[in-house]
Ligand binder design. Structure first.
Ligand code: F6R
Length: 581
């Protein structure tokens, strides 16, 4: 969602900020803006793409500035609603991520006191509040008093004319500092910092940081506090396309390595004893991460015989399940608001909590009792790809760690080779079937049911084709009414327990004239003969087939979206990390 970058140093602030905002584009946005402090406040903000208009902001002067990418929540995407927002006299500039829940009441109050508002956003109220409290020299106190009036979640950067300072505040919305040589950065996540510094400080909720020519200081409740400088080893090349036309394709091609590295990233001691024999496990996650959680449920219940409940983060807070055992949250970004809310609820129930995430220092790692990291590196494309297979790797390995053996690790040994092989599959005919369709079904059974859900999600989010994932047996309970020669079905039919019944289901769908794209084991003549297009997965253990099938479905979505000329990396209306509930 929205992204923030701030800078104070000796470089041209606007260039650094535009460069940083570009690296945050992946979070999803509709407008962007920059304000520099030179010592007058200069502002450039526009609805539209940084790649098209970002360089126009370079003309702003100064070595201090703040910038923002906006994903509209309050007020339409427009130049006027883009951040930064200013106070009445244009001396105080503010950028904000999150939501100010009491903005309407505050706006009324400030209007009565004579403040003039120019936008429909919830953010502008912050600039006017700072204006109320600013005495001409002490910005920190003015921001502290402002924050005391705000309800909601926010990460803020504030700068004021005539003062060589940027104030950064974090409350339930992520914010990191980048520590350079006589320069300090602030950003929503570490990606804008890559290439400038590897030293970062993860601010905590309630922190206020001052960035000035002397360096940086952090305060909590008005008192100075120490925050550790940590080292980030992500490479700046990982946030570049490296010759690929889209980040999504690049990230799909990274999957053999990502799966292998993640799988081998855990020692037996990676899982503390208290997580090994829980009476029950509750997994909470959203979107693709939830689908990974469903795979875990199927796998863990059948191998460890431990009951596993998989819940959607967005629903978890609306009921009170009887929680016992451990609560595991899965989140690539570590910042998904619904997942974090669920995690806090689990803590309130005194359940041991385990987080699975890709992002070092993300909020989830600060709340959970213990964290297992995926080794996917930064994922820039909005659609989760390499992070999904990395989640599968962590979750499969988690089962080994719980059982105290390496059985799944051994079974998955050749997974990276098989993933590499399916990257080369010819899927042209499958793309030709999907491309003109208005509706698609994805069906699977058992472990492959969540993979069908994930395949459909991938297709709909980037190609805008309506795609439904179903447990294959459920089609007959309603959706069969929709089957025709206009509704292609992607059927996952691996060898194993579900094979024969899947084959029967496919024949039933065929009898309703639905074109079938079948995915199964290489050399499966029977399946090849009944489907319209057969996509073979090299012979391998079931879990390897599962991961490889996910990769084929990602490719199918990608290739179809490209054929339809969709904005693959930044699909309309979507954001990479959903930081509001
Ligand atoms: C789909 C996708 C989303 C995310 C979901 C959760 O491709 O990326 O469905 O999986 O928003 O995000 P995280 O894992 O960051 O909590």
């Amino acid at each position: 969602m929205c992204g923030i970058v701030g800078y104070i140093g000796s470089r041209n602030a606007a260039r650094v900020i535009v460069d940083g905002l570009q690296k945050l584009e992946y979070r999803g946005y509709d407008s962007f803006g920059v304000a520099t402090n030179n010592p007058r406040i200069e502002v450039f903000k526009r609805k539209g793409k940084i790649s098209e208009m970002g360089s126009d902001a370079w003309s702003l002067h100064g070595t201090i500035g703040i910038g923002h990418t906006r994903w509209a929540t309050h007020g339409e995407p427009s130049d006027r609603n883009a951040h930064p927002h200013l106070d009445c006299r244009g001396r105080i500039a503010v950028v904000h991520n999150g939501i100010i829940e009491n903005y309407a009441a505050l706006t009324r109050e400030l209007r009565e006191r004579g403040h003039e508002f120019r936008s429909e956003t919830d953010t502008e109220v912050v600039a006017h509040l700072v204006e109320e409290f600013y005495d001409g020299s002490d910005l920190r106190t003015a921001v502290e008093k402002t924050v005391a009036r705000l309800e909601g979640s926010f990460a803020l950067l504030v700068t004021v004319e005539g003062l060589e300072e940027v104030i950064a505040v974090r409350d339930s919305s992520p914010l990191v500092l980048g520590i350079g040589d006589r320069e300090v950065f602030a950003a929503s996540d570490v990606t804008p910092l890559l290439g400038y510094t590897e030293r970062v400080v993860y601010l905590e909720d309630g922190d206020l940081a001052t960035l000035d020519r002397e360096g940086w200081r952090v305060y909590s409740h008005g008192h100075p506090v120490r925050r550790r400088v940590e080292h980030v080893d992500w490479d700046v090349e990982t946030v570049k396309k490296g010759g690929f036309p889209h980040f999504m394709l690049k990230e799909i091609y990274e999957e053999p390595r990502v799966f292998h590295d993640t799988l081998h990233g855990f020692a037996a001691s990676s899982l503390p004893e208290r997580y090994r024999h829980p009476p029950e496990i509750t997994v909470v996650a959203c979107g693709s991460s939830y689908h990974a959680g469903l795979v875990f449920k199927y796998l863990c219940e059948s191998t460890c015989r431990i009951p596993v409940r998989a819940e959607l983060g967005s629903e978890f807070k609306y009921f009170t399940p009887p929680l016992k055992g451990i609560v595991t949250v899965i989140t690539q970004s570590g910042e998904t608001a619904d997942t974090l809310a669920a995690l806090k609820k689990a803590r309130a129930y005194n359940c041991p909590t385990l987080a699975i995430t890709n992002v070092l220092g993300s909020t989830v790692t600060r709340i959970a009792d213990h964290t297992l990291y995926m080794r996917a590196g930064p994922e820039i494309s909005v659609a989760a790809t390499k992070s999904f297979v990395a989640q599968l790797a962590v979750l499969m390995r988690l089962i080994d760690l719980m059982r105290g053996n390496d059985r799944l690790l051994t079974a998955l040994e050749q997974a990276n080779t098989v993933i590499g092989e399916v990257l080369l599959l010819d899927i042209d005919r499958a793309v030709e079937i999907c491309r003109p369709a208005e509706h698609l079904f994805y069906v699977g059974r058992g472990l492959f049911y969540p993979i069908a859900l994930e395949g459909a999600l991938k297709m709909k989010e980037i190609s805008y084709i309506h795609a439904e994932g179903y447990a294959a047996g459920e089609l007959k309970h309603g959706p069969f009414a929709l089957l025709s020669d206009q509704t292609p079905v992607v059927a996952l039919c691996p060898p194993g327990d579900t094979y024969s019944i899947m084959l029967s289901n496919i024949k039933e769908m065929k009898a309703r004239k639905a074109p079938i794209i079948g995915i199964g084991a290489s050399g499966d003549r029977e399946l090849t003969d009944i489907v319209d297009v057969f996509l073979p997965i090299p012979e391998s253990p079931e879990l390897v087939q599962l991961v490889a099938t996910s990769v084929v479905l990602q490719q199918l979505a990608y290739r179809t979206a490209v054929a339809l000329e969709c904005d693959v990396d930044q699909p309309r209306n979507l954001a990479k990390s959903v930081t509001v509930e």
